[in-house]
Design a binder for this molecule. Structure first.
Ligand code: GEK
Length: 242
């Protein structure tokens, strides 16, 4: 089935339900993420380049919360390491089913797609771990444990690529960045009502944290260096090195 333009929130909804990655979202997902996340395609290509640089022979690259596999495919195109497998995992059965249908046939030799909760899978022998706009959907109480398990599963010199919507401590900055994101979405063709209904749907589902919170937590876990390599308004991608 071809993908459609995102109009999920285009009509007034009496009550806006909490956002879920179900079949209706899958049908519009590429358009939705491209028009909602500033810099999304730049980040995807860079994940490919980073995987090309950091992947090692006889190791795994993990795409945690892979959705339709954009980061997985970008990595696959750039990895030249021998015996290096990509593990792509998502807990939305609709996402995983669609990903399995759309994966190019030659890619299955190096990609394992798993439908499951990323908090439960074992992470081992990893040269690259990608959390591309996924951690923000994991309950706050579970984030430290998940990131510690990622750190433990990474090989020395391995990389975690963490992309997130950011929050800001300064209320003026928070207000400005969230307005700028609104402007970005308007410029992508979303109406004020669509933007506001989507915001309501994501309340308590997508929980952003500040860059300093991410950096402190990752450094306390043991990552030796944590920096932002890309930021567009309140959306950033960070690199954490083991
Ligand atoms: C991309 N990385 O295109 N276990 C597994 N998957 C989960 C969990 C969980 N506990 N919680 C949420 N997800 C992708 C985009 S989207 C971001 C990632 C967005 C999955 C969820 O089902 C969804 O597919 C993904 O994380 C978040 O590069 O839509 O803003």
């Amino acid at each position: 089935m071809p993908f459609e333009k995102d109009s999920l929130y285009a009509n007034p909804l009496g009550k806006v339900a909490a956002f879920k990655f179900d079949a209706s979202v899958v049908d519009v997902f590429p358009d939705m993420i491209q028009r909602s996340v500033p810099g999304y395609s730049t980040i995807i290509s860079a994940i490919g380049l980073l995987a090309g640089r950091f992947s090692r022979d006889n190791s795994y690259c993990y795409d945690l919360g892979c959705s339709l596999g954009a980061a997985t495919l970008a990595m696959q195109q750039q990895i030249t390491a021998e015996n290096c497998r990509i593990v792509a995992i998502d807990n939305s059965p609709d996402m995983v089913e669609r990903l399995q249908k759309t994966l190019p046939p030659n890619s299955t030799q190096m990609i394992d797609v798993i439908c499951g909760d990323l908090r439960d899978i074992s992470i081992k022998q990893a040269s690259v771990v990608v959390l591309n706009f996924t951690l923000q959907f994991i309950p706050l109480a579970d984030r430290q444990r998940l990131l510690s398990r990622i750190y433990a599963g990474l090989l020395p010199g391995g990389i975690l690529i963490l992309s997130e919507k950011l929050a800001f401590d300064d209320p003026r900055q928070q207000h400005l960045q969230s307005d700028l994101h609104h402007l970005f979405k308007k410029n992508q063709g979303y109406s004020d009502m669509e933007i506001s209904q989507k915001r309501t749907a994501l309340e308590n589902v997508l929980i952003p944290e500040t860059f300093v919170t991410h950096q402190n937590r990752l450094q306390n876990i043991g990552f030796s260096s944590v920096e932002v390599w890309f930021q567009y308004f309140n959306f950033a991608s960070m690199i954490a090195l083991k």
